[in-house]
Design a protein around this ligand. Structure first.
Ligand code: HEC
Length: 162
């Protein structure tokens, strides 16, 4: 049997029985679907890769707090946004806001030493007090708290201010 002959047979069969044409079409569609499914598999698994998942999570979690266009915060704003969490009640050994006795010896170390502690963290206090501010804003928070407890530090200026 030649190939020519075979395909003629198939055509003849399809012509005789329209149902066979329908079945042939069905098989072709099924094959196509199968190919599509098999091909799309790696792509859909890839979207669950740790990198892809991390990327999606990050979009939700990483809020851009340090927006270059937002107004620089005052010491009081920084304090109310972050530092108050521990320093108002004196949590986890934090010197209490307005407590001259607790702040006195610290203020005596000088502004730079306090700023360094606030920026890098100290004891139970994380870097930036756990917040996300520009360094000079942390400096303002330090000055605000220290001055409320007897310090006389100048509020640092915004280096980007024109
Ligand atoms: C998670 C609680 C917590 C938060 C929030 C926090 N602090 Fe503190 N802070 C502490 C603790 C605890 C200490 C005492 C650390 C020590 O002396 O071991 C402290 C100490 C300090 C000191 C004195 C450091 C020194 O060298 O004596 C400064 C200044 C300070 N904090 C500034 C800030 C500023 C500014 C913020 C807000 C941006 C802030 N803190 C937010 C817990 C916190």
């Amino acid at each position: 049997m030649s190939e020519q002959h075979q395909s003629n047979d198939l055509l003849g069969l399809i012509k005789q029985h329209p149902l066979h044409a329908f079945l042939a079409g069905l098989v072709a569609v099924a094959l196509l679907v199968l190919i599509l499914v098999v091909n799309s598999k790696p792509a859909s698994t890839a979207s669950f890769s740790p990198e892809a998942v991390a990327g999606r999570i990050q979009k939700v979690g990483a809020v851009e707090i340090r927006d270059a266009n937002r107004a620089a915060r005052s010491g009081e704003e920084v304090f109310k946004a972050q530092c108050t969490n521990c320093h108002t009640a004196g949590l986890v050994g934090a010197p209490k806001f307005g407590d001259a006795g607790a702040w006195g010896p610290r203020i005596a170390k000088g502004y730079e030493a306090l700023l360094t502690s606030a920026l890098k963290g100290k004891g139970a206090m994380g870097p930036q007090g756990g917040g996300d501010f520009a360094d000079f804003e942390i400096g303002r928070g330090v000055a605000y708290m220290a001055n409320a407890a007897g310090g006389k530090f100048a509020e640092p200026k915004d280096p980007n201010a024109k």
